[in-house]
Ligand binder design. Sequence first.
Ligand SMILES: NC(=O)c1ccc[n+]([C@@H]2O[C@H](COP(=O)([O-])OP(=O)(O)OC[C@H]3O[C@@H](n4cnc5c(N)ncnc54)[C@H](OP(=O)(O)O)[C@@H]3O)[C@@H](O)[C@H]2O)c1
Length: 282
Amino acid sequence: MRCATRRWRVSSRFALAIQWVTARFMPGGSVGFTRVCYLLEEPYMGRSLAGSRVLVLGGSSGIGLATAKAAAAGGAKVTLASRSTDKVNAAVAQVGHGAAGAALDTTSDAALEAFFSTQPEWDHIVVSVAAGRSGGLHDLSLQDAYGNMNAKFWTAYKTARLARITPDGSLTLVSGYLSQRPNKDALLQGCINAALESLGRGLALALSPVRVNTISPGLIDTPIRAAMPADRKKAMLEHAAATLPARRVGQAEDVADAILMLMTNPFTTGSTLFVDGGGMIS
Ligand SMILES: NC(=O)c1ccc[n+]([C@@H]2O[C@H](COP(=O)([O-])OP(=O)(O)OC[C@H]3O[C@@H](n4cnc5c(N)ncnc54)[C@H](OP(=O)(O)O)[C@@H]3O)[C@@H](O)[C@H]2O)c1
């Protein structure tokens, strides 16, 4: 942990030394780390990602890819994984900074177990795997429904069971606004997202002191809607931009930015963070 300074970088030892001195000699008790940064007139920057091992499941596209790029730019050693080797290779090239990739279908228990058994501890893991096709109660086949639950919910659950994460590290799950704003045409998606948000809170207790949080995106312009007819997609995004309080459509980078905060803020755990342009209140 360290705080940035215009003139020099204050090491955690220096800040801790100030805390110790104040605890020893100040009648009111010690001054916290954040306060020390403030007293030094420097912005508090949370934990640095420099040198940390970051895994992004579903990291070859959209929110996962933007998160992988942001973490790598912040100095992390990033590994991204998804099913398609071509997408993984293309994403690794885009992320740069020595990123690694793995072709991995997280719905396969055996593949996921084999992957984690060969890996040392991670500092931070983000699960951004998308479910498949959505649909209403009678349009979505039960086979697709089970597949969606498998890809999105069980991937997160199994990752929490299998992955080794450093005690001061984090696990971030990605849910979605349908958890709070159900849609009859994507009924199960809302249930999966609600289950993930509950899972995130439970895991924050079960994996403590590893911090576990859930990010709940609103409408984000990513390749997830690649199969949607272009004119329908355009109309949907324009409507969102005109009606959301933020008056814009979300970008993958908006969500990645918030995920990095959840990774690095040492006092945030068990929370669900809505990055939805105000969709929840409109
Ligand atoms: N975009 C939005 O508007 C929005 C809104 C709310 C919530 N979300 C949620 O945010 C998450 C990320 O969405 P996105 O928009 O970034 O979607 P995206 O661009 O389609 O990315 C999804 C990623 O998941 C990977 N994936 C899918 N199935 C997989 C599997 N079985 N094993 C491993 N990887 C798998 C895909 O790669 P492969 O195809 O190579 O496997 C891809 O890298 C999803 O959970 C989504 O539901 C998105």
